[in-house]
Ligand binder design. Structure first.
Ligand code: GLN
Length: 480
């Protein structure tokens, strides 16, 4: 009987013929079928996944050494291009659009013999925190169907949460991997800016976007990161210094780290009390095991959500201008009197409400009379945050903070107050503003039965350290 723990175990079992790759793919296809009501997938690549699995099985039998992701079943968010497969960013404006090429990061996975099982539902153009802003309808949290899975990569998170694939890819512009991972009780990693190529990732806010990884254990997440973080000449914003070698990942629970946490982040009045109590008691556990953990001041906390929403909407208004119904996108059937009306009809029909709100907000903050008051100010805040973190990381290995001020929202909360939703991004947008890597690891269960964990942040180019500390803290919690 097939069951999955880690890629290493999976490969061992394949080699002793406990099961084959076709069994694994069938297991996931069955689970996808059983969990259809969760609405995590948009399309399932059943035939091609089975075909590739059979091909790989034939190879295993000839004794050829297995590639790193031999038969590893992966799902992707509907913002990642996969040649000849549809990619729509869960938007009506891209209905029926097929990718003309494959994203570099995804190609790296395919080159290692990964099997792509389907593409996952998400918030339209990755804008949202609940996965309710999708033209394909909302995604449900598998642990409690009255709750959202988080967003915007909600489908990718649920696909891993409910065992519909081994690992999945999302995108994280302001928390869209870490927050849904937290709401679903799994691991979600956002690499540092420039670590993974963005070529073939549909852009929301280009100076923030990164492809991220969902998984259930650190080793597997690290392996995907290593494979995807190779240099790509098609993305000029890639960091040339990135050279992650998983073999350098030394999980050593004896090693003691210097960790900081922001006083203001734990005292913020938006926080759920139980989340604060659990994190505080975990901080004590960390201290008691000999790590150096220090409270530090961070007085810029209330500026980060406004800065994020000014800058990302500005970038979105520019990035999404390509969807005009001529070069890309839905074309209205309404008769237009002139070019302006033609664009207006196409875009008004094609985009959903949240995307329209952000395009208008972004256009506004970039407009001549308001540029200095909003856009320039937000850039200044971004610089202050980067400087602050540069200083913090001269003294500390990592910073920890909540992932979200609360556990998974109830379905429908999103409609009530968009600004309240934006404010809930307070702890995740920080890593995107500063370009540093961050991870959400699951640690606790709330009395409302929903999971939550902590977020760990490290300096640029320190993804391996981030993974090491994550593993140490996960072990610490387990060993309690
Ligand atoms: N919730 C954030 C937003 O709505 C995060 C989006 C993201 O990371 N793609 O902007």
């Amino acid at each position: 009987m097939f069951s999955f723990t880690t890629i290493t175990e999976y490969h061992k079992n394949l080699q002793i013929n406990s099961y084959c790759v076709v069994d694994a793919v069938n297991f996931y296809l069955d689970n996808i079928q059983k969990n259809k009501h969760l609405n995590a997938f948009i399309e399932i690549y059943k035939e091609e996944a089975l075909q590739k699995a059979a091909l790989l099985d034939a190879q295993t039998n000839t004794g050829t050494p297995l590639k790193k992701l031999h038969g590893v079943v992966i799902a992707i968010k509907d913002v990642i291009c996969y040649k000849n497969h549809s990619v729509t960013a869960a938007s009506k404006i891209l209905k029926d659009f097929k990718s003309l090429y494959t994203a570099t990061a995804l190609q790296f996975l395919i080159d290692e013999d990964a099997i792509i099982i389907g593409n996952c539902n998400c918030d339209e153009f990755a804008m949202g925190s609940t996965n309710e802003n999708s033209t394909y309808g909302k995604v449900l949290n598998a642990l409690d169907n009255t709750k959202v899975p988080g967003g915007s990569s909600g489908g990718s998170a649920v696909a891993v949460q409910a065992d519909m694939c081994m690992l999945s890819l999302g995108s994280d512009t302001g928390g869209s991997v870490r927050q849904p991972a937290d709401f679903c009780g799994i691991i979600g990693l956002k690499p540092g800016y420039g670590t993974i190529s963005r070529y073939g990732l549909l852009a929301y806010a280009s100076s923030f976007d990164q492809i991220g990884i969902f998984g259930k254990n650190i080793q597997d997440v690290g392996l995907l990161l290593e494979i995807m973080s190779k240099h790509d000449p098609m993305d000029s914003t890639m960091n040339p210094n990135v050279n992650l070698k998983l073999s350098n990942l030394k999980i050593n629970d004896e090693k003691k780290y210097k960790i900081a946490y922001f006083r203001q982040a734990l005292e913020h009045n938006a926080n759920d009390k139980e989340i604060v109590t659990s994190i505080k008691s975990f901080i004590n556990d960390i201290k008691n095991t000999g790590h150096n953990i220090t409270e530090i001041d961070f007085d810029l906390l209330d500026f980060i959500v406004p800065a994020y929403y000014v800058l990302t909407t500005a970038e979105a208004s520019s990035n999404l201008s390509r969807y005009d119904g001529v070069r890309f996108g839905h074309q209205s059937k309404e008769h237009a009197q002139n070019l302006n009306e033609f664009y207006l009809n196409n875009r008004s029909e094609g985009f959903g409400q949240e995307v329209k709100r952000r395009i208008m907000l972004g256009t506004f903050v970039l407009s001549a009379g308001y540029y200095d008051a909003f856009y320039s100010k937000a850039q200044q805040i971004r610089k202050l945050l980067i400087d602050k973190m540069d200083k913090v990381f001269t003294e500390y290995d990592a910073v920890i903070m909540p992932v979200s001020p609360c556990t998974a929202f109830n379905i429908g909360d999103n409609d009530k107050d968009p600004v309240a939703m934006y404010l809930a991004d307070i702890y995740t947008v920080f890593a995107n503003l500063t370009g540093i890597p961050a991870i959400a690891i699951p640690l606790f269960s709330h009395s409302n039965n929903m999971p939550f964990g902590i977020q760990i942040l490290c300096n640029k180019e320190q993804e391996l350290l981030l993974l090491q500390i994550s593993q140490t803290l996960l072990h610490l919690k387990k060993g309690e």
